[in-house]
Design a protein around this ligand. Structure first.
Ligand code: CP
Ligand code: NVA
Length: 309
């Protein structure tokens, strides 16, 4: 049986395929309980600190609500209000917080900050997004696909756009869960090469294949799932103009989705920019499941917290 008590949740790469699948199945189960009105409060009396160095709508609300539903309490901690913002070290912050809390969620820039925090903490740490990875989102995404398609193994996911945190976590997730993944990014914006290699290696265990190509039409050909994300992620706002030029042929629109399977589903982690990475027709159209996806952040993160805290 899978037991994740006390583990950190920093990246999907740290988990075995059966552990990732366990979290998804638990998320589905906790969602069912919630909809049935069954209370499930394994975290009664527990507290989660949520450190935010970047903006958030979904992550903040879903973690806070999720913790409440599990019987616990969450604290919103903006970096500027913490001594962290005045130069207190990540290590000292981690040590101190471990004396009060039962878990920490952090959204930050550098991935090594999250790793440092987890090293300094004696309680589980959850990655709520770094420049490198967004594992909570990928978990919710695959839960959403499972609910809509009834399976994960053997499906094809196409990711069109920036080689960012989102595509990294989706690639590792695909490898762990046995999906085939095709990524199309413009030159200079490809996903991290080391991570791509690692994801390909991990995929040999599950039969997953991963490829990175240039042409969005090639990537989307025959896809069951079409995914895109913003062209300029948080922290890259200054590059907006040059990115609009680099990504101009990478918009997911009616023309491009013709190459996907007729029953494809469209996902986007949100927030979205209609008219940039995706057309309004696609994201607001009948194939789009972006709000089921957003909802599942709640259920997937409840699964993570219930499992590790
Ligand atoms: N998808 C996501 O993480 O959204 P927020 O930035 O609103 O938390
Ligand atoms: N890639 C985006 C995801 C936001 C949830 C960003 O990092 O801004």
């Amino acid at each position: 049986a899978v037991n994740l008590k006390g583990r950190d949740f920093l990246a999907l790469a740290d988990f075995k395929p059966e552990e990732v699948r366990y979290l998804i199945d638990l998320a589905v189960e906790l969602k069912r309980k919630q909809k049935a009105g069954d209370t499930y409060q394994p975290l009664k009396g527990k507290t989660l600190g949520m450190i935010f160095e970047k903006s958030s709508t979904r992550t903040r609300v879903s973690f806070e609500v999720g913790m409440y539903q599990l019987g616990g309490h969450a604290l919103f901690l903006s970096k500027n209000d913490l001594q962290l913002g005045r130069g207190e070290t990540v290590w000292d912050t981690a040590q101190t917080m471990s004396r009060y809390l039962d878990g920490i969620m952090i959204r930050t820039y550098a991935h090594r900050t999250v790793i440092e925090l987890a090293r300094g903490a004696t309680i589980p740490v959850i990655n709520g997004l770094t420049d490198y990875a967004h594992p909570c989102q990928a978990l919710a995404d695959y839960q959403t696909v499972l609910e809509h398609k009834g399976r994960l193994e053997g499906l094809k996911i196409a990711y069109i756009g920036d080689g960012n945190n989102m595509v990294h976590s989706l690639m590792v997730g695909a490898a762990k869960l046995g999906l085939h993944m095709s990524v199309a990014s413009p030159e200079g914006y490809e996903p991290d090469e080391d991570l791509t290699r690692q994801a390909k290696d991990m995929g040999t265990e599950t039969g997953s294949t991963i490829q990175v190509v240039r042409d969005p039409r090639e990537a989307i050909e025959g896809a069951d799932i079409v995914y895109t994300d913003v062209w300029a992620s948080m922290g890259f706002e200054a590059e907006q103009k040059e990115r609009e030029i680099a990504f101009k042929n990478y918009q997911v629109n009616e023309e491009l989705v013709k190459y996907a399977k007729a029953d494809y589903v469209f996902l986007h982690c949100l927030p979205a920019h209609r008219g940039e990475e995706v057309s309004a027709e696609v994201i607001d159209g009948s194939h789009s499941i972006v709000f089921d996806e957003a909802e599942n952040r709640l259920h997937a993160q409840k699964a993570i917290m219930a499992a590790i805290m």
